[in-house]
Structures are given as structure tokens and as C-alpha cells.
Design a protein around this ligand. Structure first.
Ligand code: DX5
Ligand code: ZN
Length: 220
């Protein structure tokens, strides 16, 4: 099933609550919340206290993308704040299995992300524990970068591995997704599409979300 997850990195931070409410009206399925610590990536965004406040503004799935060096330390805070899905990077410094177990024990969806330079095979040892894998199509840290089409092979390989093991998990793509690039991602096998600048920079986000969905749906 196709899910459109607008990245709130590109929203107007002075009226975040309204932006969150509005995204549901525009047809979004999830909300992609980019958490950056200024250490794992060269940018700082927001933390669990803000997520807790924003929880009052939306009942959409909170898809929290943690671009932080030590996710294990902060998992309890994000769970308490109301995250539904917690995705962290396989390149982080925390023990991967223990961090995944912490998320899963709380009943939340656990996910792993890979940066462009990391082979997707890095997540294979953990596939049984994952509800989703995120294949980054830009270097994490900033919105508005160009889509890296050469990451599509990773998505194809990941889908093949999941099929081999009889696993049906979500595959998310994040970075540079737009009306021009969404079909390539969906064709490769990505069904959860994150888009920041393409949605928040659009004159008509409702139309953009509908178009992203229909272009991707051709392949599912
Ligand atoms: C980048 C973030 C993305 C980003 C995507 O590190 O993980 O979620 O907001 O932005 P766009 O869609 O503008 O490339
Ligand atoms: Zn993201």
C-alpha cells in the first residue's frame, strides 16, 4: 500500500501545529519527523518534547526518522512523546539489536535507515525485526537536495531479499522525491514516499499528494 509521508523539515516551524493538522486534510498518510542532533548529521532540528506537543495536533502516524548518533538513549523519550514508528540509522553508534528490541517491546514499529554510502545488505541481519527499511536518496541532513537515482538498485535488491524470506515490509525512500522522481522510486519497489520540499513548497499540497500517490500506484 502506498503511503505518502510529508517531511516536516520543510514546513513553517512558526506554525507547526497548523501544518500538522493541514497535512491530514491534504491527504497525507503519515508525518515524517526528521530528528537531527548536529553530530550524526551537520544540522539540528527538534527533539521529543516538541513531538509530544505536536501529538495533540494530529492523529496521523508519526514516522520519526532519527538522524542521531546514539538513538538507544532517546528511544524511551520518543515512545513517551507518541512516536508510532521509530527509524534510526544502521550507521549509528548504538547497539542495533538492543535498540530495535527497545522499540519493539513498546509495541511501536521499528525501522532501519541506510545512508547513500552504505550497502543495503547492512540491514539484512535485522530484517526479521523490522517493519520498514528506509533507503536514503540524499545525504541526510538537509531538505531540497537532488534525488540519487543510483540508489534504486538497493531498493530492488532489498525487495528481492524480502521476497526470498517471505517478508512483507514497507520500503521507504527519502530525499528528492517529487513528481519527476517518484515513479522511479515506486518502480524499484518503494511504497512509503517521503517528500518535504515537493509538498510544502507546492501551491497546492492536496494536488501534489494525490499526484504522488497516483504516479506511485501504477507500480503496486
Ligand atoms: C533529509 C531528510 C529528509 C528531507 C527530505 O535528511 O531525512 O526527510 O526532509 O526533503 P526533500 O523531500 O526536500 O528532499
Ligand atoms: Zn527524513
Amino acid at each position: 500500500m502506498i503511503k505518502i509521508s510529508p517531511s516536516i523539515l520543510s514546513c513553517d516551524y512558526s506554525k507547526m501545529g497548523e501544518e500538522f493538522e493541514n497535512m491530514k486534510k491534504c491527504g497525507a498518510d503519515w508525518l515524517h519527523i526528521d530528528v537531527m542532533d548536529g553530530h550524526f548529521v551537520p544540522n539540528i532540528t527538534l527533539g521529543a518534547p516538541l513531538v509530544k506537543c505536536l501529538r495533540k495536533c494530529s492523529d496521523l502516524v508519526f514516522d520519526c526518522h532519527l538522524m542521531i548518533s546514539d538513538p538507544k538513549k532517546y528511544i524511551p523519550d520518543f515512545i513517551k512523546a507518541g512516536a508510532d514508528l521509530i527509524c534510526f540509522h544502521v550507521e549509528c553508534d548504538s547497539p542495533i539489536d538492543e535498540t530495535l528490541d527497545l522499540i519493539r517491546e513498546s509495541g511501536k514499529i521499528a525501522a532501519l535507515a541506510v545512508k547513500p554510502g552504505t550497502p543495503v545488505e547492512a540491514v539484512y541481519p535485522y530484517l526479521d525485526k523490522l517493519g520498514m527499511v528506509l533507503v536514503m536518496t540524499v545525504e541526510p541532513g538537509f531538505g531540497g537536495q537532488s534525488f540519487m537515482a543510483d540508489m534504486m538498485d538497493k531498493i530492488v535488491a532489498l525487495r528481492a531479499e524480502c521476497a526470498k524470506r517471505g517478508l512483507d515490509i514497507d520500503v521507504q525512500v527519502d530525499g528528492g522525491i517529487s513528481l519527476e522522481t517518484v515513479e522511479a522510486a515506486a518502480k524499484a519497489g518503494a511504497n512509503v514516499l517521503v517528500a518535504g520540499s515537493a509538498i510544502f513548497g507546492s501551491e497546492d499540497p492536496t494536488k501534489t499528494i494525490a499526484e504522488l500517490r497516483s504516479k506511485a500506484a501504477k507500480y503496486f
